[in-house]
Design a protein around this ligand. Structure first.
Ligand code: C2E
Ligand code: MG
Ligand code: MG
Ligand code: MG
Length: 281
């Protein structure tokens, strides 16, 4: 039955795709196969606490290991998946890989929180919470090891609609992060009403922080978030200079190439050990 549902989605949406975009259609049918046949892999990028230098968690970032085309970055296929309904099976696949990974890391005595990017269409899935619970039982790993990242634009499209589901997910210990914060418009009232754990300041702000006005925006965003009990993570941090500015302004966590690029699971473990050792030595 599931297959029939997906098939209908596929033909419905492929009709709507612009004619002549054969490349996209091929990509689309290949993606369906890729999800089924295990061509999706996750890389993990650490988030580091600015005061303790502890690794607070990782963000899981999907890549498509295409047999002919090599590694395809998410920006080349996530938008297509979003348009076609494939985003649901894709997200459940990503969650399954993340849960398997967390269970394996737990066995090797490394506990790391894993944040997964969730598109609004998945949150809207009436079975979302239940699917998560079932999966966590299947992979034998508690849901409180996982966090959710939702973009500001997606969340603020209809915050009222997502409130209840986010409240329920945070009750089981999943932290909610607002991704790409500063690129959309947030209603301040909703920041107070929704169970938000942290804002992720978009990279576009970070790279402009040398400019006084931008630094003031960042500083005031951090102050505002903190006054609402919300933490702030800076994403896309590449320079020591940005780290210093962000620390001065009280930013809680930093994610970016300055510490590490997104890494394959085994490479992350190795990076994690070296990183810890460099601060305990
Ligand atoms: P995002 O969630 O905002 O993820 C951060 C992106 O910034 C990642 O790109 C990451 O590799 C990149 N990045 C991190 N640090 C730095 C840095 O210091 N400098 C620069 N220049 N870039 C940095 P990536 O992995 O290509 O992912 C792009 C976007 O694709 C993500 O943006 C997210 O919106 C989406 N995405 C990735 N994985 C998933 C997924 O599993 N599900 C969904 N729905 N979307 C995903
Ligand atoms: Mg993200
Ligand atoms: Mg982001
Ligand atoms: Mg981004």
């Amino acid at each position: 039955r599931q297959a029939i549902v997906e098939e209908n989605w596929f033909s419905f949406y492929s009709d709507r795709l612009e004619k002549g975009k054969i490349g996209q259609l091929t990509l689309l049918s290949n993606l369906r196969k890729a999800i089924r046949e295990g061509e999706l892999i996750l890389n993990y990028q650490p988030k580091v606490c600015t005061t303790t230098m502890a690794v607070t968690g990782v963000e899981a970032l999907v890549r498509w290991k295409h047999p002919e085309r090599g590694m395809i970055p998410p920006n080349d296929f996530i938008p297509l998946a979003e348009q076609t309904g494939l985003i649901k099976p894709l997200t459940y696949k990503v969650l399954a890989i993340a849960m398997q990974q967390a269970a394996q890391w737990k066995k090797s005595k490394t506990t790391v929180r894993i944040a997964v990017n969730i598109s609004p269409n998945c949150l809207r899935d009436t079975n979302f919470s239940q699917r998560l619970t079932e999966m966590s039982e299947q992979f034998n790993i508690q849901l409180n090891y996982f966090d959710l990242e939702i973009t500001e634009t997606a969340l603020m499209e209809n915050p009222e609609e997502f409130r209840e589901i986010l409240v329920n997910l945070s009750k089981v210990g999943m932290n909610v992060f607002i991704d790409d914060f500063g690129t959309g418009y947030s209603s301040l009232a909703y920041l107070a009403k929704l169970p938000i754990h942290a804002l992720k300041l978009d990279r576009s702000f970070i790279i402009q922080m040398d400019d006084t006005k931008h630094e003031l925006i960042v500083a005031n965003t951090i102050t505002l978030a903190h006054s609402l009990g919300i933490k702030v993570v800076a994403e896309g941090v590449e320079t020591e200079n940005s780290v210093n500015h962000l620390k001065q302004r009280g930013c809680d966590e930093i994610q970016g190439y300055i510490y590490s690029k997104p890494l394959a699971a085994d490479d992350f473990l190795q990076w994690h050990r070296l990183f810890q050792d460099s601060f305990s030595a």
